[in-house]
Design a protein around this ligand. Structure first.
Ligand code: TXA
Ligand code: MG
Length: 320
């Protein structure tokens, strides 16, 4: 049994012994390990069953710590960092040698972020090293947003779960990089793209290429439940699949004709941040129901956080 609790000194001690500890962040729970230790990093890949070509995000407690990890911080990166950190933003910056190649899968850039979660920030500030922390789920499955989600899948495989309650944002960080002064979005996430544009002007999405993904989080099939999932217009999907054992996830209106225990309304208040917070828990809830054999989910309005939510829904639905 993996213990879970709020014991910061226990978490710190275990990380110093190069063990794995699940940590709360405002986005999703991370599977944390000492970013300077190769054995600790290797354990993360193994425990998540994550391919070695998919690099990890390095988390620190302050901007001072980041300057020790990266060669330069471009002007635009600086602007974004000063306005949005701590928060759900990850920056791709040229790494210094202290970051092991294993953490970046051999890439020259390292993904860094300062998360905005009080317990985890205190932990990071107390440590002499930064933490690699991918989402604390088996590779390809839905990211965890509660300590229970972590325990359900990684019970017995990790040393401790630091309990910070449910995640406030509920969807992973927005990943941003810079090429020839262009601002590139590698993964839409918890900071809406519009907020980034207000700070640095125009942005563009990274070209997607499954053969050689710059950001493997952009792989088409990801964040997926085990139960098949289809997305589209709910009315049409229900007409087509009404004979099957369906569960339904809608944006802000209950779905008529589906029993209450087999449907989740993501945001009864029509607020996109409520939908983001509830999305992964909703997918897990229906995935765990034995009498649901097909999940139908509608897209949400495609602006603000909705862009990241729709991205996750598309990837969850893709079976390629
Ligand atoms: O919100 C988050 O970002 C959460 C919390 C725990 O911080 N972490 C998270 O990590 O989502 P993970 O490993 O599940 O997703 C990180 C994504 C990966 O898909 C990876 O491809 C991309 O970040 N990434 C990491 N380092 C990279 C690098 N050096 N170059 C390009 N992409 C990178
Ligand atoms: Mg992940």
């Amino acid at each position: 049994m993996t213990e879970s609790g709020k014991n910061l000194s226990k978490a710190k001690e275990l990380l110093e012994q190069n063990e794995l500890v699940a940590i709360p962040t405002e986005t999703v729970y991370g599977l944390a390990a000492n970013a300077f230790n190769l054995d600790a990093i290797a354990k993360v890949f193994k425990t998540k069953n994550r391919p070695s070509f998919d690099p990890l995000i390095v988390h620190t407690g302050s901007m001072d710590q980041i300057t020790d990890l990266v060669e330069t911080i471009p002007e635009k990166a600086h602007l974004l960092a000063s306005k949005l950190w701590p928060g759900p933003l990850t920056l791709l910056l040229e790494k210094k040698e202290v970051i092991p190649d294993l953490a970046t899968s051999g890439m020259k850039r390292v993904a860094v972020r300062i998360p905005n979660q009080p317990l985890t920030r205190e932990l990071l500030e107390s440590l002499d090293f930064p933490l690699v922390a991918p989402s604390a789920n088996p590779f390809g499955y839905i990211s965890p947003t509660t300590p229970k989600h972590v325990a359900d899948q990684l019970q017995g495989k990790i040393s401790y779960i630091l309990d910070g309650g449910p995640c406030e944002v509920g969807i992973e960080s927005t990943i941003v990089g810079f090429e020839e002064n262009k601002t590139i979005i590698y993964r839409p996430g918890g900071i809406p793209i519009e907020d980034i544009q207000k700070i640095v002007g125009e942005t563009q999405f990274a070209q997607q290429n499954d053969e050689n993904p710059d950001s493997p989080g952009m792989l088409k099939s990801h964040y997926a439940p085990l139960t098949p999932l289809k997305t589209g217009h709910l009315g049409r999907l229900m007409a087509k699949y009404h004979k099957e054992k369906i569960g339904v996830i809608s944006f802000d209106e209950p779905t008529i004709g589906i029993s209450e225990d087999k449907q989740v309304v993501l945001a009864p208040d029509s607020d996109m941040s409520t939908a983001a917070k509830n999305l992964f828990a909703a997918l897990r809830e229906l995935d765990n129901k034995t009498d649901v054999e097909l999940i139908l989910i509608s897209a949400v309005p495609n602006y603000g956080l909705g862009i990241a939510i729709n991205d996750r829904i598309r990837r969850a639905a893709s079976k390629d």
